[in-house]
Structures are given as structure tokens and as C-alpha cells.
Ligand binder design. Sequence first.
Ligand code: AMP
Ligand code: MN
Ligand code: MN
Length: 322
Amino acid sequence: MTKLEEMLEHGGSVVILGHVNPDGDCAGSCLAMYNYAKKKNPGTYVRLYLQPVPGKFSYLKGYDEIQSEMQEENPFDLCICLDCSDRERLGQFGEYFDKAGQSICIDHHITNQGYAQANVIDAQASSSCEVLYGQLRPDMIDKDIAACLYTGMVHDTGVFRYSCTSARTMEIAGRLMAMGIDFTKIIDDTFFRKTYLQSQILGRALMESIRFMDGRCIFTVIKKQDMAFYGVDNKDLDGIVDQLRTIEGVECAIFMYETDPHIYKVSMRSNDLVNVSKIAAYFGGGGHVRAAGCTMSGSVHDVVNNLSEHIEKQLSLEDANV
Ligand code: AMP
Ligand code: MN
Ligand code: MN
């Protein structure tokens, strides 16, 4: 019996939490967990709290039952955290985590230090959905749960392209496909589909991107006024950093958007050499070796300068080793 199954066996109320600004893996793993917990212990009190989840994920079972406003007074018996690398990234719902009788964290972030009572962290796994799959009883995974898990895997692997994709990722994806999920629709509608405005801001971001370090690095920035001009918000900026990463000659890509005056949410991606999780962690963020993020303050110039110092250090060490 897995640690998660063991904790669910006790019965009692369950709260499921993910990270702030939920992405596909966060939404997918949390909804898979939500549906599974309700199926395993029918009649038990199960709640899923997340900040608003993009509407493109509304086909996932349980989407309409996601709570975004805190309503609970009584502590939960069990808190399950998914895809969240540290206590702070639970956002306002961290209060439920603090008060819960028991807690378990299921995650794949290399920067996760194990903040719950029980921690199932596999930094080699493609996604939290992949880690969660290993904690569930295969015979209890139905088509709805399979769609949730598959969605998360698709998003965190960039449709099975990123280096976090392994043979095991594909084996699990294959088993989920065998459940009859509409995988082409999931991929097209949630990963590739962009609104006209999302495409426009992507175009703007690419047009204004700047290469440095002989084209090995690239960055672009979207200011608050740009988002207002195009009528988009931060959820419309997904995928920009990945477009930068695939430009020929680029090793490390930086995308940043302004959240408040002189405050930027930074996303970094690398191809082969730079450990971006190390850099993000240095600046108080986290993530994975090839995909990480943090929040930084100062002018755009300051932020890029501070990051490039670390990138340059790593690249020159790599160059010295060749
Ligand atoms: P993003 O660039 O926001 O798509 O994030 C890339 C990866 O880094 C994701 O796995 C995030 O969960 C993680 N990440 C992003 N920002 C932070 C942060 N401030 N703290 C910890 N992890 C982060
Ligand atoms: Mn995530
Ligand atoms: Mn993830």
C-alpha cells in the first residue's frame, strides 16, 4: 500500500491544495486526486481549493467544484498538496495546510525540501501527475481520472518533448490513453490553442526579444501597460518562454512580466547546459533543472544583469569542461 493510500484509509475530511496560479499539472493532479478521494471514500468530506483555474480545463471532471474563496472554519483531517514546491506557494490556502491533522505532499520539484508530514517527491518525474499515478491503485483509475492525469503530463512535458519525459512517462501516458480519453482534443484545446489576443502578445514578445552572450541567451519582457493594451492577463502569457527557448543557438531563455511597478515574475528555460533551478532558487524561487521561475525586483536592466551573471558563470564552467 502506498503512503497516500494508507493516509486515505483513515477516512476523515480531506482538503486538496496546489500552487498559486495553477497550471495544467497543478489542475490535473489536484482534480485527479479530488475525483479519486471521492471515489475511494464515498460520502467523505473532500474539498479542493485553488486560485482560479483557466477555463480551458473546464472539461476535467470536478472543475465546477473547485473552491477559490476560503469558506472552511473547521480543520481538515488530511491535507494533500500537489505540484507545490514549498509552503509559501500554497498561497492563502496554506492556512488549511497548517491546521490539518495530517499532511502529505506529492511533487516533482527538485527544490522541494519536504514541508509536509509525509513527502513523496520524485525530481526525475515529468510531472506531479506522474508521481501521483504511482501512488494510486491502477484499478481505481477511471476515464475521468485518466483525463486529469494525462492533461498534467501533457502540460509539464510540452506534449512529451521536454527532457523530463522518460520511458515511464510514455508507459503511463499509454495506459491512460488506453482508457479511451480524447487525447487529441486535450492536446489541441489546452496546449496549442491560443486566442487571437494571446497570439498577438506572443508576437509582440518575440518581436521585442533581445539576444545576448553571443545569442546563447535571450530575454523579453511584457509590462503591465502592454497587457492592458492587448487586454490580456498573466494566464495569457503561457508558452512565450518556450518559443524563445527553441530559437536556434539559444541555450537559456528568460521571459519576464511585470506584476507590480518594478516587480517581475521571471520564467527561465534552458536546453542542455544551464541549471535554471539553481538560479531561480538563489533568487528565492524554484522549479526544475530546465524550467524554473522566481520573482525579482528592480529595473528590467537590473533583473537581466543579475540573472546573466549566474548564467554566464555556469556557461563558462561548462565551456572550460569541454
Ligand atoms: P514557470 O516559469 O512559471 O512556468 O515555472 C517553471 C517551473 O518553476 C514550474 O515548475 C514552477 O512550479 C516553478 N516555479 C516558478 N516560479 C516559482 C517560484 N517563485 N517558486 C518556486 N517554484 C517556481
Ligand atoms: Mn505547476
Ligand atoms: Mn508540475
